[in-house]
Ligand binder design. Structure first.
Ligand SMILES: NC(=O)c1ccc[n+]([C@@H]2O[C@H](COP(=O)([O-])OP(=O)(O)OC[C@H]3O[C@@H](n4cnc5c(N)ncnc54)[C@H](OP(=O)(O)O)[C@@H]3O)[C@@H](O)[C@H]2O)c1
Length: 192
């Protein structure tokens, strides 16, 4: 699993449920990196998106999957014919034969049991990359499980209510700068 995040110089990643900057070049980088993959996010991050991320399998962590799957705003956002899967139900029905590679590109999964989900990922060994894309709660929970971190450091301070958790102890201090503009640089860290 790889994490992808963007933080300001003072470690802010979000404000009022949104990202407090608009950097199209960074969004472009994020899209290039994650397209075709499986993206894991918290329910609040999913709520901040205008629609599910296209050409990626969207996995949304929530403690209330049933409630969310009946929420009209959620369903409207998912498109005309959302395929919303409840991971728990599928696990009961099909054991671990989940077949990540067979699921439709617009499929959205609501997941309550993060540990069981991670176990399933480990067993299935999906051929596609798995990316942890936030927000703060989910980074905090899953960064220790990530082999790589692609961290955009935005060249400014920002006000906000969501911050990136400590990660320095998890990854090697040597990082590679894989993209750089006047506004930000993208650092690639690997597990220490
Ligand atoms: N700069 C960046 O790179 C970046 C990336 C992503 C997001 N963000 C920003 O970060 C902010 C959101 O972060 P956040 O920390 O507030 O929320 P979040 O991590 O996106 O989502 C939190 C939600 O995830 C679910 N959740 C958390 N732990 C869980 C667990 N153990 N099992 C099952 N579900 C669990 C819960 O959903 P329920 O309440 O439904 O149970 C919880 O409310 C926003 O401002 C967003 O724009 C920034």
């Amino acid at each position: 699993m790889k994490a992808v995040a963007a933080m300001s110089l003072n470690r802010v990643i979000g404000r009022d449920g949104e990202i407090p900057w608009h950097l199209p070049e960074d969004f472009k980088w994020f899209k290039e990196l994650t397209t075709g993959g499986i993206v894991l996010m918290g329910r609040k991050t999913f709520s901040s998106l205008p629609k599910p991320l296209p050409n990626r399998t969207n996995v949304v962590f929530t403690r209330g999957p049933r409630l969310l799957s009946h929420d009209t705003a959620f369903l409207a956002k998912c498109g005309d014919k959302p395929i919303v899967g409840s991971w728990g139900m599928r696990l009961r029905r099909q054991g671990f034969q989940l077949g990540f590679e067979r699921i439709a590109e617009r499929e959205i999964w609501l997941v309550r049991g993060i540990n069981r989900f991670l176990a399933a990922i480990e067993r299935c060994q999906p051929k596609r990359d798995v990316f942890v894309i936030g927000g703060a709660q989910i980074y905090e929970r899953l960064l220790p499980k990530c082999s790589d971190l692609f961290l955009t450091v935005v060249n400014r301070e920002a006000e906000g209510d969501a911050v990136f958790p400590p990660f320095e102890h998890l990854f090697s201090a040597d990082y590679q700068v894989v993209r750089k503009t006047a506004d930000f640089e993208v650092r690639h860290y690997v597990r220490a």
